[in-house]
Design a protein around this ligand. Structure first.
Ligand code: NAP
Length: 249
């Protein structure tokens, strides 16, 4: 039986990696899913691959007007939404001395401010009993080289989520976090790992992960589905690591 029949979800960064896998998992359980991404061609291709219950909107999550447009779209088309996955994110790895103001502003703009104002603008069109899921990272807790700015932005959204879990309790809206460890997605290419070095990089990384391998996007998609559905009906304000155990060491 479908867990999400008649439900409407919004997934930012839904054209790639973890967001795409989440959209796939939500659609497989009967939801309509609006994916929000910044590249028209990538959003169009993802919508086509995801099928008729996928809908695309193009916009930059760092631009607050994007969230107004998304809210207006779901209100007009579906009367509201039931699931909001604030997942879009970027990672620029640099030691602190090399970080420019623009690096800092862009990571906080997308990874923290985009999440804050996304939730602020989307919450009014969420139906009571909705579920909000934020994609953070184990980097917020575990010190990784060159990750100070990224870690700070992800730590900020974890703090937002705890506040929102209480702020929205009277509407029975649950707010939770997934914290991925290393997951094989296009983000690795965007970090500058060349395709021909990818295998060696992944093999090296795998040795540092207790379960002995990197995660797969669909493993994150299933964790997001769990938090989105009634399977997690008594969970709010939680931070679920999906990381092969790497945060333990
Ligand atoms: P990904 O494949 O690069 O996906 C990121 C998505 O976010 C892409 O669709 C990207 O669009 C979108 N995005 C980035 N900036 C945006 C903006 N300003 N406006 C709208 N969309 C934007 O990477 P991923 O691994 O799936 O990452 C998803 C989330 O997981 C991120 O928040 C990331 O920080 C987090 N995470 C990932 C890992 C990992 O190892 N993969 C680990 C910990 C946390 P484009 O396709 O146009 O770039």
């Amino acid at each position: 039986m479908n867990m999400l029949s008649n439900k409407v979800a919004i997934v930012t960064g839904g054209n790639s990696g973890i967001g795409y896998a989440a959209a796939e998992a939500l659609i497989a359980q009967g939801a309509d899913v609006v994916i929000v991404g910044r590249r028209q061609d990538a959003v169009g291709a993802a919508v086509e691959a995801l099928g008729e219950r996928a809908h695309g909107l193009v916009g930059d999550v760092a631009d607050i007007a994007t969230h107004d447009r998304v809210a207006e779209f779901v209100k007009g088309r579906f009367g509201g939404a039931d699931i909001y996955v604030a997942n879009a994110g970027v990672n620029v790895i640099k030691p602190t001395q090399a970080v420019t103001i623009s690096d800092y502003d862009s990571q906080f703009g997308i990874n923290a401010r985009g999440v804050f104002f996304g939730v602020q603008k989307i919450a009014p069109v969420l139906r009571d009993g909705a579920s909000i899921i934020l994609t953070s990272s184990i980097a917020s807790q575990k010190v990784l080289e060159g990750h100070a700015v990224y870690a700070g932005a992800k730590a900020a959204i974890e703090a937002f989520a705890r506040s929102w879990a209480l702020e929205m309790k009277d509407r029975r809206i649950r707010v939770n976090i997934v914290s991925p460890g290393p997951v094989d997605t296009p983000i690795l290419g965007k970090l500058g790992v060349p395709d021909d070095a990818r295998e060696g990089f992944e093999a090296h990384l795998a040795k540092t992960i207790p379960l002995g391998r990197m995660g797969k996007a669909d493993e994150l998609g299933r964790a997001i589905l769990f938090l989105a559905s009634d399977q997690s009906s008594f969970i709010t304000g939680a931070n679920l690591p999906v990381d092969g155990g790497i945060s333990l060491i």
